[in-house]
Design a protein around this ligand. Structure first.
Ligand code: SF4
Length: 208
């Protein structure tokens, strides 16, 4: 069978590609992640995938479309973690399902399924919804047990591994979590900045 795989980033693709190929699935990848902030980070993840796809003979289709304004408008008023994630995941899977149907793939799936940080029920529900709308099958697998193996493969391949999920909110949340883990005697400047970003208060400690 041939399957269009939505790829969120190269590190999550490593063990995912391996798992589908073990089932003799013929894979093609698509990078569509307008949620990633800022643009330079989006490009860095895309470039990493381009190099890895070439190394693993994975064909890619589609353009890595990026419209930060449209993405922020979609999650406006729904910024809470989980709520915004459903919007974010639904958009990426809808786009992948549409491409899969138009290009004649038998099914589609996503590398998000390997991440222990993602909510699987949301991915499954939104994948099935997108599948019904586009008329192409969504293939669900719980690949989380392969996550550590994927990290090892990514390290082995020297891939860039990001430290936050993708959107501006997740960047601030990850920074906040790191600062909370920091020993008490270390400065808390970054913590205060992250808290301000999450509460939408201006950062007066920075010069314009
Ligand atoms: S945390 Fe990740 S899944 Fe959730 S909205 Fe941000 S980028 Fe999307």
């Amino acid at each position: 069978m041939n399957l269009l795989l939505h790829i969120c980033c190269a590190p999550c693709s490593t063990a995912t590609i391996e798992a589908w190929r073990l089932e003799a699935v013929e894979l093609t990848g698509v990078f569509f992640n307008p949620n990633i902030h800022p643009y330079a980070e989006h490009q860095r993840r895309y470039d990493t995938l381009l190099a890895y796809a070439s190394k693993t003979d994975l064909p890619l289709i589609g353009e890595p479309l990026y419209d930060v304004t449209a993405w922020l408008r979609q999650v406006h008023g729904q910024e809470k973690k989980g709520v915004r994630c459903r919007v974010c995941i639904a958009e990426r899977l809808r786009h992948t399902a549409g491409l899969a149907a138009a290009a004649g793939f038998e099914a589609f799936s996503t590398t998000l399924l390997i991440s222990p940080w993602q909510e699987h029920e949301i991915i499954r529900e939104e994948g099935e919804r997108a599948a019904a709308e586009a008329g192409v099958e969504f293939r669900y697998r719980d690949l989380r047990p392969q996550y550590r193996h994927g990290v090892d493969l990514a390290k082995e391949a020297g891939l860039y591994r990001q430290i936050y999920c993708g959107c501006i909110f997740s960047e601030a949340e990850a920074a906040l979590a790191r600062e909370k883990r920091r020993p008490a005697n270390k400065p808390k400047v970054a913590l205060e900045r992250a808290q301000r970003r999450l509460s939408n208060k201006p950062d007066r400690s920075r010069k314009a």
